[in-house]
Design a protein around this ligand. Structure first.
Ligand SMILES: O=C(CO)[C@H](O)[C@H](O)COP(=O)(O)O
Length: 224
């Protein structure tokens, strides 16, 4: 069964949690795209929901699909947040940010009553870190932070797009870190968050309430 089908199955399963009147945080990426397609259909069939997009890209897609949107300025909390992930481990910990939207994604997940992660089976790992950990840094401090993280053996790589610094929706840069040698990720998260100029990390620790994984022609749901 293809990765695409597994993503579609996971998205279909996640959409079962959506009820009339809900406010839904909308994730970013190729798996989240299938969730948007499901919502598009439900909205066409008369379901009344409102979405909060986690990126300019998702905002554009949602507008094209006719999904009503609002912004975080206007609401306190969302009923559900649905998004993809780059990796998840058996303890439901995640690395996100491959698509560069980690900051807004983390803000939305933090402000949602139910966080549902959807994934194809390739995202499942025994230990996080094969995927490099993205962190978002302010441009002013990025080179300096990069040298510091190098001394911490995290081997930062500045993310590029078309030969220039990748720029996030919040106008920041991304450093991708090698965390394979890090034994305690919550300690690392604390250390990174204490460095001025690091705005956010792609470690989503204890944030996912459910992970719905497409496996062949079925889905498996992990719950916390
Ligand atoms: O964190 C993300 C974007 O910032 C995505 O959820 C993550 O990169 C997974 O993307 P995809 O569903 O395309 O594999």
């Amino acid at each position: 069964m293809s990765q695409k089908l597994e993503k579609q199955l996971a998205a279909k399963e996640a959409i079962k949690y959506v009820k009339n009147g809900m406010t839904i945080g909308l994730g970013t990426g190729s798996t989240a795209y299938y969730m948007l397609k499901e919502l598009e259909q439900l909205v066409l069939n008369g379901l009344e929901i409102i979405g909060v997009p986690s990126s300019e890209n998702t905002k554009k897609l949602a507008i094209e699909m006719g999904i009503p949107l609002t912004t975080l300025d206007k609401i306190d909390r969302m009923d559900i947040y649905i998004d993809g992930t780059d990796e998840f481990d058996p303890y439901m910990q995640l690395i996100k940010g491959g698509g560069g939207a980690l900051l807004r994604e983390k803000v939305l997940a933090h402000n949602s009553n139910l966080v549902i992660i959807i994934a194809d089976s390739t995202k499942e790992v025994r230990r996080l870190g094969e995927f490099k950990l993205p962190i978002e840094t302010i441009p002013f401090a990025t080179a300096n932070i990069g040298r510091l993280l190098n001394k911490m053996n995290l081997h930062p790589i500045v993310r590029l797009k078309d030969g220039k610094n990748y720029i996030t929706d919040e106008g920041n840069y991304i450093l991708d870190l090698n965390i394979l040698n890090v034994s305690n990720l919550s300690v690392l998260e604390g250390e990174l968050k204490q460095i001025p100029g690091i705005v956010e990390t792609g470690l989503f620790l204890d944030m996912a309430h459910k992970i719905i994984v497409g496996k062949g022609d079925k889905t498996v749901t992990l719950s916390r």
